[in-house]
Design a protein. Sequence first.
Length: 517
Amino acid sequence: MTLAELLSVLGPGLSLPADAGGREVTAVVQDSRKAGPGALFVAIRGFRTDGHRFLGQAAAAGSLAVVVEAGVVADNPGAPAIVVPDTRKALAALAVKFYDNPSLRLKLVGITGTKGKTTTSYLVKSIIEAAGRAPVGLIGTIDYRIGDRIIPAPNTTPESLELQALLAEMTEEQVRYCVMEVSSHALELGRTEGCVFEAAAFTNLAQDHLDFHETMEAYFGSKKLLFAGLAAGKTAVVNIDDPRGRAVAEGTAARVITCGMMAPADVRPEGPVTYGIRGLSFTLQTPAGPISIASPLVGRHNVYNVMIAAGLGIALAMPAEAIALGIKRMRAVPGRMETVDEGQHFGVVVDYAHTEGSLQSLLEAVRSMAAGRIITVFGCGGDRDRTKRPKMGRAALEGSDAVIVTSDNPRTEDPLAIIAEIEAGMRENGAAVGDAAGLAARSGGRTPYLVLPDRADAIRTAVDIARDGDVVVLAGKGHEDYQIIGTEKRHFDDREEARTAIRKRQERGGKQVGAEH
């Protein structure tokens, strides 16, 4: 399309040289290194750098024009400049136009909330596939998927330009449904503007990302944007048991399907829910009638994920049989209560839990399965919300029999300073110990905890002290296969470290050796 046709989505009144408007646009880019002949470069003010600094490079590469933000002082762009109030919003609109509104050519499902987005998205994908509607697209924290093809995920929700390109690629490969985790950052920064959602779900709200949003109200306000944008005739699926669920339901023009553990929720368990190491089983009452649920997922929190996935299945008019089958087929998501089994006589569970609420839910689920102690290894990320650190320390103590505090992704912060802030929430009910042997028993009702900043050492120690029937919980990193120290991204995988530690223990004869540390 021509530059003038593309820029028409930004409204009237744009100043553009006549000789440029009729030229064909070959690409829309926000990275000057990707600019080339015929490109339209959009300068975005990012968190680490400002695209307005690279206008000259974009022009030198052959860009037809550059889109800049009003009020930003920039060097001579070297190409025709289109001035807009907000280049992020402009980029989203331009991307939708350039890729020909791909969300109108498939059914897009959005899932937002603090916890449960990833598991719920995999459940919904499995339901759609069970209904024979494959291939299905998936966009989320772990990766992006187009049918069976997997693409690494730099962000939970891609930037608007990448998102529209991805959706367009899906439509070219005959994808008819796409399930997307929608982060609060994406909603606040307008990455999903222009996307038309067939259905959207709210899982829950707990403290997270306050380094970005600053307040819980601002965080929740970002989440609500997804539902405020749902049109009448679309569907919102809402966890009504969450204190914020009612406000979500009242803030949308869409049809609402409520989910909860009790009536009058539209989707709710009918009768007892059976929890166990082999999963969940219960009957789900729904607007489509009762559905018998048998899921390999474990823990009470997964009952909510199953309910919301079923609600989305109903919103998409999936048959009840497909909903039941899709839920039954979906095994654990990578890094979400993922077990590490090398034939040892104790459990090892790896989970992404990195907030107070998600850690509480995780440990409650593990408690229902553990015959012995729960030994929790966790830390908190650097350059992220500092206020949750002491809260996570308290949650770890309350749900565990022994705790090892370690590093997560310290990034540019001092790992010991992060740990000190975690410990601030542990001192009242926790007893700091000097070595692994001290983790063997409570003292005066206080839960023992040990500080081991090296995460590999912490995992190895937890595995070494585990007795038969214990469960070692490795929380915070889940599916991640890296650790960020300073600005360096190093390979590190909790699952690999746990397997290595278990095998080394087995080579020693499988004996519990905590007292030797």
